[in-house]
Design a protein around this ligand. Structure first.
Ligand SMILES: [Zn+2]
Length: 118
């Protein structure tokens, strides 16, 4: 029982640290871009170590490939086509699609529901 509570506390602290690191990355983005890159790297490492998911609103703010902090219009390009948001990192040209997977997952869930009713 105590162990389960400890796990929750540890995860909560990890999440707090992730939020704090993203805040620092945003603040240092203009003057020290390499520092903000390191902050994102650390936040991702913390998430991996404590098995915490990086919140959705933060997930859009960094490049998965080169760990760069992304700011629309500065080092990121955002395009929308067919309900899919494409975020391109202008530092490594990696494009991340948002909204595509969510749609297909919903369809799958509906199919599974229909199957279970039969
Ligand atoms: Zn990148």
């Amino acid at each position: 029982m105590a162990k389960a509570i400890m796990k929750l506390v540890v995860k909560k602290i990890a999440l707090e640290r992730i939020y704090r690191l993203f805040e620092l990355a945003e603040r240092n983005f203009k003057k020290h871009p390499e520092r903000s890159k390191r902050y994102i790297e650390l936040a991702r490492k913390i998430a991996m170590r404590y098995n915490v998911r990086i919140p959705f609103e933060l997930k859009q703010k960094f490049c998965k490939k080169c760990n760069a902090f992304l700011k629309a219009g500065v080092n990121a390009k955002i395009r929308v086509s067919k309900h899919i948001i494409k975020v391109t990192c202008l530092e490594c040209n990696y494009t991340r699609k948002i909204g595509k997977k969510v749609k297909s997952r919903k369809k799958g869930a509906r199919k599974n529901l229909a199957r279970s009713r039969r």
